[in-house]
Structures are given as C-alpha cells and as structure tokens.
Design a protein around this ligand. Structure first.
Ligand SMILES: Cc1cc2ncn([C@H]3O[C@H](COP(=O)(O)O)[C@@H](O)[C@H]3O)c2cc1C
Ligand SMILES: O=C(O)c1cccnc1
Length: 349
C-alpha cells in the first residue's frame, strides 16, 4: 500500500493542455460560451485532473470514516458518544441521510472504523481501528504523530482500493460525535480569527455549551501548540482519527488523478490539513456546499474553494458531497452528450 511519503510524491499539477482543449470543446457546444457557469469550471477542472476532455464520473464512492473523540468528556457535543457506533450501524443498514443521497446519486458507500470507542464489529464495517478514540485534546495531544500518519495512510489505502475498483469520483464523509471541536481547533490554528467567529453549534448545542466549547478549544490550542505548517502535527495534536483518514482520502485521490468532493465543515478541516501536507492537493478538490458552521466559509477561503450549494445544511456524513455528485456528473454529461454548433446546424456568433 502506498505510504504517505510515496503518495505526496505522486501528486502532480493539473494538465493545462487538457484544460485548454476542454475549454475549446465547451465553446463549440450549442450554448453561449460560459453559460453553464460553474458546470463549465468543473468540466475544465476534471479535464485537468484526468487529462481527458471526456471524463466520466459514473462510478463514485463515498468513504465514510468513523472515529471517536476523548474531548467529548468536556461537554462539547449535544449528543453522547454512543451515537457514533449507533449511527455507523444505521449507515450499514442503509437508513442514514448519506445512504439515501448516495443511492439517489448511484454512489457506493464504504464505512470504515478508524477509532470508534467500544468493540462494535460488523461484516460490512471495514475494521481499521487505530485506537479507542482520540485522547482528550483539552488535556494533551489527541494521538501520537505516528498514529496520525497511520490514520492518514488508512484513508490513502481506502482511496487506492476504490480507484482500483473503478471509482472515478471520491467523497470523504465522516461520523464522530464531538468532531466539530477538533475541526474548529485545526482551523483556528491555521487562521488569525477570534474563536467566536469560527466555532459553531455542531449537532446543536445551546449558548452555554457553546461558550464552554470555545473555552475547551482555546485550552486545546494552548496546551498543544500545534504547528500549522505541519498538517500531520495539526491532526495529531488537535485533530481526530476519522479527520486524518479523510485527509488521506483526499491525498490518495489526488495521487491517482481522481477528483475528491469536500463535504462540510469537518471535511474542510481535513482538507486544510491535507493542503498543509501537500499544497498540490487542492486542485483535485471540489467543495460541495456551504455548511452552517461559521468556520466553514473561512476554511474554504483558505483552501481557495467555492461551495456549489447553499442549502443551510449542517449534518456532515458526506451528505452535501453526495448531493453535489449529481452536479459533477451533469457537467461531464453536458461535455459528452451536447451537440456542437456544427453538428446541430446552429449558427454560432
Ligand atoms: C444523530 C446524528 C447523526 C449525525 N450524522 C452526522 N453527524 C454530525 O454530527 C457530529 C458532529 O457534531 P458535534 O461536534 O456537535 O458532536 C458528527 O458525528 C457529524 O458527522 C451527526 C450527529 C448526530 C447526533
Ligand atoms: O458541516 C459539517 O460537516 C457539520 C456541521 C455540523 C455538524 N456536523 C457536521
């Protein structure tokens, strides 16, 4: 399986020539130039990623990474930790929002245990547990540097396996009660903004708990002093096992020249860490939607990504990414199936 180092070395810039050819191809289709807006931007990005002016994203996989967080002991979430394995079972049984949206988008869902607390096992749950959740980041590092590398490499391995099986578009989703706290800490370490502008209510905490969450995140940053120039250090000290695995999915996708959909706030924290590990990864990313978590817009700005959808969503799991799969596929279908001015006998300007 490719190591983190080998994966980083494999990531190359987008192919400019294919992007120029794709722009020309789009301009010959029966529509005013540029009139499909962001769909045209995506088509060009996909051409640069794949090197083809007829990219297909029919085969899509959503990799849902699950892990727990010791920091929940500080009262940072509206829900108890046992909801993580309960929701993972729901994913396996096909009853969660991510299952519904992936069925609709004809995408495969793969669920991976990177660090769920407890001994929950299931034949359909990929078992890659590194440890029983992270340690409490408000008291010290969530995990060791080596454990963070291992978690990233699990994401790389999963991306590798899905691409080997034909996936042409990947999504990185997650489940982990408490994970908006480490995600906020990662972002806060990368940006010079007051925590009040970054930290949100996650799955739905009230005012008092929000004040406490901000205090806990400040304490995590003060105690751990994460190095924002080192994505692995960020993930190890104030991140999470499933967040690190999502970082790995993104790096792995880029190494294989496969586009990767960045979901909401937690995915954007994983993407930030990925970009600090290898800045060449971001051109392979597509941002699905604008999350209601206040930090999300700042994370996307740092990444240079623009979200496609504005749906007031704040769920995670990969749900926004699954919705956006439709749009990415629509852009490839336009490129492939629309008539040219010449073929349709339509006069161009
Ligand atoms: C039933 C349920 C289903 C979810 N699906 C995703 N999340 C989302 O909420 C969690 C993060 O929010 P916080 O940091 O406030 O705990 C993550 O598991 C995320 O995936 C859920 C949360 C709940 C309660
Ligand atoms: O945007 C997200 O990913 C998100 C927001 C709130 C709770 N869980 C996930």
């Amino acid at each position: 399986m490719p190591s983190l180092k080998e994966t980083i070395d494999q990531i190359q810039p987008l192919k400019k020539e294919a992007m120029d050819l794709c722009q020309k191809k789009l301009n010959n289709l029966t529509k005013p130039p540029g009139s499909l807006g962001v769909l045209e931007d995506i088509a060009i990005q996909l051409a640069g990623i794949t090197g083809s002016t007829s990219p297909s994203v029919k085969n899509k996989t959503m990799l849902v990474m699950a892990g727990d967080h010791g920091v929940v002991a500080e009262g940072v979430s509206a829900f108890p930790q046992e909801v993580t394995p309960q929701m993972v079972l729901n994913f396996i049984n096909g009853g969660a929002a991510i299952n519904v949206f992936c069925r609709h988008a004809e995408a495969k869902v793969v669920v991976v245990d990177v660090g769920i607390v407890g001994d929950f096992t299931h034949p359909d749950l990929i078992q890659k547990k590194i440890k029983q959740g992270t340690d409490n980041i408000a008291a010290g590092p969530g995990m060791s540097y080596d454990e963070a590398v291992k978690a990233i490499e699990i994401g790389i391995e999963m991306a590798h396996e899905e691409v080997q099986q034909g996936a042409a578009l990947l999504g990185a989703g997650e489940m982990g009660i408490g994970n908006t706290t480490p995600s906020s800490a990662i972002l806060a370490a990368c940006i010079d903004l007051p925590l009040e502008q970054i930290v949100g209510r996650g799955s739905g905490i009230q005012d008092e708990a929000l004040t406490n969450k901000i205090r806990v995140i400040q304490q995590a940053l003060d105690i751990n002093q994460p190095d924002a120039t080192d994505g692995v250090d960020l993930l190890a000290k104030v991140g999470g096992l499933e967040i690190a695995a999502m970082t790995g999915v993104m790096l792995g996708a880029a190494a294989h020249r496969v586009p990767v959909m960045v979901d909401g706030f937690i995915a954007s924290a994983a993407a930030l860490a990925a970009s600090r590990i290898c800045p060449k990864v971001t051109p392979y990313m597509i941002a699905s939607h604008a999350s209601m978590e206040p930090g999300h817009q700042h994370a996307l700005r740092l990444l240079g990504l623009t979200p496609m959808l504005h749906m007031n969503m704040r769920l995670g799991e990969g749900t926004g990414a699954a919705l956006a799969f439709h749009l990415v596929e629509a852009s490839t279908r336009a490129l492939e199936e629309m008539s040219t001015f010449a073929d349709a006998g339509v006069t161009s300007s």
